[in-house]
Design a binder for this molecule. Structure first.
Ligand code: 5GP
Ligand code: ZN
Length: 117
């Protein structure tokens, strides 16, 4: 069923506390934690607690939860005092998605080129 935890999902395991992570913020519906392989001084992943495979599915199945994730990206940027930052949702293998639980990357603390390549 949409949103149910998946046994084989790394980020569901982080939500459940079965895999450790450096958590920076938690709400009733979201968790934000530092990326294990940071690409910038701030590199935080914001995820919904509920399992949705990517942001497109999340937006279609649970738009209010997608809004919660976006709200938390802003909170992360404020906490790290980022004036400029990037929010990225890699969607599909061809765009670099490797974990199939929707997540926003919040990247900042250095100059970020555009287009990203
Ligand atoms: P994607 O490539 O799917 O957009 O992003 C997945 C992100 O998850 C990558 O940036 C990767 O470094 C991060 N990641 C993968 N495994 C772990 C983990 O076990 N813990 C944390 N904190 N991040 C992870
Ligand atoms: Zn999951």
């Amino acid at each position: 069923m949409a949103g149910e935890p998946q046994d084989d999902c790394l980020f569901c395991k982080i939500v459940a506390g079965h895999v450790p992570a450096t958590i920076v913020r938690e709400t009733e519906t979201t968790v934000a934690f530092r990326d294990i392989n940071p690409q910038a001084p701030t590199h935080v992943l914001v995820i919904p607690r509920a399992h949705h495979r990517d942001v497109a599915t999340l937006a279609a199945e649970a738009p209010e939860l997608a809004a919660d994730v976006l709200r938390e990206t802003r909170a992360v940027a404020e906490e790290d005092k980022l004036e400029s930052y990037r929010v990225v949702f890699n969607t599909g293998a061809g765009a670099g998605q490797t974990v199939w639980h929707a997540h926003a990357h919040v990247l900042g603390g250095r100059g970020l080129e555009w287009p990203p390549g």
